[in-house]
Design a protein around this ligand. Structure first.
Ligand code: ZN
Length: 262
């Protein structure tokens, strides 16, 4: 019985994975992500239902577009598998017992899946475009507010969440009004807002662990870049996707934390 639930979550994870690819591609271009069907970027043919089944479509079509035979990059397949596995690990980490269902855990599972989805999309967009997507962050905040309202209803103290929410709103308003034209400061503010978003979505200690892992990764990346520069004697000034590291360090820290605590 448990296997069926975990199997279902894996499948949902792969479906979400293919949605993330689409969202990461379309949101920065301000294209519709919910109504318009996917299409092949080469021949623009609309994809039919059979082309959109995660993993299986890729395998049956031999990694090619059915209509123009253009090769599809294997990273889409890998991302779907990776996403399915990550959601599966998250569900297992909560150790849900269906014979003794705890409603709080179930609500947390649903909230957590939404939360991880927003991190996937924010992280993906940051990596591709070096920008922290405010619309996705705001969507995630709305989900967090709904979860906080739930916590309030079941009598769990929410005062610290209210403070964090207030801080995020202050940062976002500051970003909108004062520094709209200064790109660097705006980036720092958005990363700061993202950090508080992680604090609300997980716990303080998980968020802090994610920030420390991110700092380490940034330092390592800097050193590698410096070494490369010395070797090739060219000036590569590559932007480091801090938000991307933050999002994925947070997902990993959350799952590991759950395994230890539950
Ligand atoms: Zn095609």
């Amino acid at each position: 019985m448990e296997l069926i639930i975990y199997g279902a979550i894996f499948i949902i994870g792969t479906l979400l994975g293919s949605f993330f690819t689409l969202a990461v591609y379309r949101i920065p271009l301000k294209q519709d992500i919910t109504h318009e069907r996917s299409y092949c970027p080469k021949c623009n043919h609309r994809l039919e239902f059979l082309d959109l089944i995660p993993i299986l479509s890729y395998l049956f079509l031999g990694g090619k577009c059915r209509y123009c035979k253009e090769k599809i990059r294997p990273r889409y397949l890998l991302l779907e598998v990776f996403s399915g596995l990550l959601f599966l690990l998250f569900a297992i980490s909560l150790k849900i017992n269906i014979f003794n269902l705890e409603i709080n855990k179930l609500v947390y599972l649903v909230f957590g899946m939404f939360y991880i989805s927003t991190l996937f999309i924010i992280g993906g967009i940051e990596k591709e475009n070096h920008l922290v997507s405010i619309p996705v962050l705001v969507f995630g905040l709305i989900i967090e507010v709904l979860y906080i309202i739930y916590l309030y209803i079941v009598n769990i103290s929410i005062y610290k969440y209210v403070i964090y929410l207030f801080l995020i709103l202050t940062i976002l308003i500051l970003n909108k009004s004062l520094l709209n034209k200064k790109e660097k400061q705006s980036y720092v503010l958005k990363i700061l807002a993202l950090c508080f978003y992680l604090v609300i979505g997980t716990k303080e200690e998980i968020a802090i662990a994610s920030i420390i892992i991110t700092l380490l990764l940034v330092a390592i990346k800097q050193i590698i870049n410096k070494l490369k520069q010395r070797k090739e004697k060219t000036n590569i000034n590559k932007q480091i996707p801090i938000g991307f590291y933050l999002c994925f360090a947070n997902i990993a820290a959350l799952i590991i934390y759950n395994y230890i605590v539950y």
